[in-house]
Design a binder for this molecule. Structure first.
Ligand code: NAP
Ligand code: G4F
Length: 322
């Protein structure tokens, strides 16, 4: 039985990846940071809460990260832990830098010293492209991050590349574009919109305040994207891969799809609130997943319309039960 360690197992991707690895017969360990309230709801939603070995630890605490690597004796480590909300990174730039940046070194160092055969996946991000330097971004596009989050993740990306080149570790970096699901955090724009549309439809909310609705994102489904993570660690050689759909859509159009699904016109409810604009915006992201398709045989299976409908259906049911 293969052993895997997932950091960030209580997050959206952690829950989908845990399900995928358990279905493949892995023993799954999860590094979980101490929280004062329940953080395992996504694992319950995926029906995997009881099947995971939980290890206490925090990415900011090198000792706990090291202990988790020794205790789990992993064949594969998936580093998904992060302060992942871009907007919050301007208010917590140092924490974001430590967890999303230096935390990666804590993990790579533990692997180098105690488990050098372990294969490593780093959750890198299209936010590293920021102020885009090419119309469609791929593995060769120069980076230009636009937030403390993007900067911290760029450190995490390059330290992964550096440990691969310096110590011959099987360390891969997945440069994933936005991916969503019914398990997406409520602060991200897709879930904020599907939750609000469900509440408005059911008379529990009157309007929805948003920021820059002209921003464009390349949105895919988290369930598809965790397959790409796993595929990267099954390759003979570690490498970097862009994972995206190759389609970009405005926040405005995503709102239209969500509200349409419940028979409403988003224009009647969406208000623009400057409080949700960012100090520096990433106006557009559009990925080129050709390498992932060629080398990994990976393709996205879910288009945006299907994804938003899936999220709307889940939110309509959840809001009705409240
Ligand atoms: P998420 O839902 O925000 O999950 C983040 C996870 O990290 C949670 O389990 C969280 O634990 C954990 N975490 C936060 N701080 C930690 C710390 N100091 N020590 C240990 N664990 C900590 O994020 P996601 O959407 O699943 O994304 C997974 C990863 O992919 C992240 O690294 C993100 O930056 C990256 N990424 C995401 C996307 C996307 O569109 N979703 C795209 C590209 C890259 P709690 O639940 O206890 O807070
Ligand atoms: O949903 P978002 O908050 O996601 P963002 O900033 O693109 O980051 C997500 O994707 C990254 C990959 O590119 C990940 F690395 C990161 O961890 C995270 O998962 O915002 C999307 C867009 C932005 O342009 C934002 O300005 O939507 C715009 N937006 C407009 N109004 C809003 C809102 N975003 C949020 N969260 N809330 C709004 O009211």
């Amino acid at each position: 039985m293969k052993s895997a360690l997932i950091t960030g197992i209580t997050g959206q991707d952690g829950a989908y990846l845990a399900r995928l690895l358990l279905d493949k017969g892995y023993k799954v360990h999860g590094l979980v940071a101490r929280r004062s309230s329940d953080s395992r709801w996504r694992l319950r939603e995926m029906g995997v809460e009881a099947d995971i070995v939980y290890l206490d630890g925090d990415m900011a605490d090198a000792c706990s990260v090291q202990r988790a690597v020794i205790q789990s004796a992993p064949d594969e480590v998936y580093n998904l832990a992060a302060q992942s909300f871009v907007a919050a990174s301007w208010n917590q730039p140092v924490t974001t830098g430590i967890v999303d940046g230096l935390g990666v070194t804590h993990l790579l160092e533990a692997i180098r010293q105690f488990s050098p055969h372990t294969r490593f996946y780093q959750a890198s991000t299209s936010e590293m492209f920021g102020l885009i330097q090419a119309e469609q971004q791929d593995e060769n596009t120069p980076f230009y991050p636009r937030s403390p989050y993007g900067v911290a993740k760029l450190y995490g990306h390059w330290i992964t590349v550096n440990y691969r080149e310096s110590f011959d570790l099987h360390a891969s970096s997945g440069i994933l574009f936005n991916h969503e699901s019914p398990l997406r955090g409520i602060e991200f724009v897709t879930r904020k919109v599907t939750d609000a549309a469900a509440r408005i439809k059911q008379g529990k909310q009157q309007e929805l305040a948003l920021g820059n609705i002209d921003a464009k994102r390349d949105w895919g489904f988290a369930g598809d994207y965790v397959e790409a993570m796993w595929l990267m660690l099954q390759q003979d050689k570690p490498d970097d891969f862009v994972v995206a759909t190759g389609v970009t859509t405005t926040v405005r159009e995503m709102c239209r799809i969500a509200f349409d699904h419940v028979g409403l016109n988003y224009r009647d409810y969406v208000k623009i609130d400057p409080a949700f604009f960012r100090p520096a915006e990433v106006e557009v992201l559009l990925g080129n997943p050709a390498k992932a398709q060629r080398v990994l045989g990976w393709k996205p299976k879910t288009d945006l319309d299907t994804l938003i409908r899936m999220m709307m259906d889940a939110d309509m049911k959840r809001v009705a039960k409240e």
